[in-house]
Write a protein that binds this ligand. Structure first.
Ligand code: ATP
Ligand code: MG
Length: 254
């Protein structure tokens, strides 16, 4: 149970942290996942802990890309299962994407715990659990390259929230269109993905669900235009400028 008072100035951030710690205690999150959260938190602080205009543009492009996809797949890791299991299942239903458990630090017990959590939150089919379905992505070492032959392997669009740079690069080399959530606009994943949503996944996922619902009423041409108007490199630059402006403001106050 949470002992964090709502009035605490960092309540939201602490509650997210608590979800991760609970996820770790329940066997969902890897130790490394806790460290990744810490890195994310630092960037969230610098970004002002709110969804920027740039992030909103990336969310619109991501929603359009998912709606136009023929075979979209959402990759789920321990942090996502701990932070927003309900929303990730909801998103998969909204855009008709498959869910695949795909872990950077592969571990059968953890995988099963994640699958159980997703099922508890309404998921029907979850890929990535059968050894007979595993296939190797080229250009990446060891266990990290295993994907499901009916999922990521054949997907055209893959959502990889909180992903490592090597894996993102391997997915791009395999010809996938990659969408990611990453609070660090400087990470290799951010730079490699086609669409990077620089925002906390706990905030942005709800917005992506809402936007997907809204845009599902638009025609293909409109969605295509949203995607072609989106420039990921420029979007990342805008996020860096946001950080710079926030710091400049703080430097003046201090
Ligand atoms: P890369 O491998 O892409 O260069 P990295 O090695 O710095 O990045 P990883 O641990 O591989 O980082 O990936 C995790 C990424 O997820 C980090 O960039 C971190 O900022 C981001 N992250 C962590 N928690 C969240 C969150 N709640 N929402 C969005 N992004 C997050
Ligand atoms: Mg990394």
């Amino acid at each position: 149970m949470s002992l964090i008072p709502k009035s605490h100035p960092r309540a939201k951030s602490l509650l997210i942290r608590e979800k991760l710690v609970d996820g770790f205690d329940n066997g969902l999150v890897a130790k490394e996942g806790l460290l990744a959260q810490g890195r994310g938190e630092a960037f969230d602080y610098l970004l002002g802990e709110k969804t920027s205009k740039a992030a909103m543009q990336a969310i619109r492009a991501a929603a359009s890309q998912l709606l136009l996809a023929e075979m979209p797949v959402i990759s789920v890791n321990g942090n996502i299962a701990a932070l927003c299991p309900k929303q990730i299942v909801r998103l998969s239903k909204q855009v008709k994407a498959k869910l695949e458990v795909n872990l950077f630090y592969s571990n059968e017990k953890r995988k099963q715990a994640i699958i159980k959590t997703l099922k508890k939150n309404g998921a029907k089919e979850i890929l990535g659990s059968k050894n007979t379905s595993s296939k190797k992505l080229p250009g990446i070492d060891s266990a990290r390259r295993i994907v499901d032959k009916d999922g990521i392997f054949v997907a055209d669009v893959v959502v990889v929230p909180l992903e490592d740079g090597d894996r993102t690069m391997a997915l791009r080399r395999a010809g996938k269109t990659v969408i990611t959530f990453d609070l660090n606009p400087l990470s290799r994943t951010s730079e490699t993905a086609n669409i990077t949503i620089v925002d906390n996944v706990t905030r942005a996922i709800d917005l992506l669900i809402i936007e997907s619902k809204k845009l599902s009423k638009k025609n293909q041409k409109t969605l295509q235009k949203i995607i072609s108007d989106f420039d990921n490199k420029k979007n990342l630059r805008d996020n860096v400028i946001q950080i710079k402006n926030n710091l400049t403001r703080r430097a003046k106050i201090a």
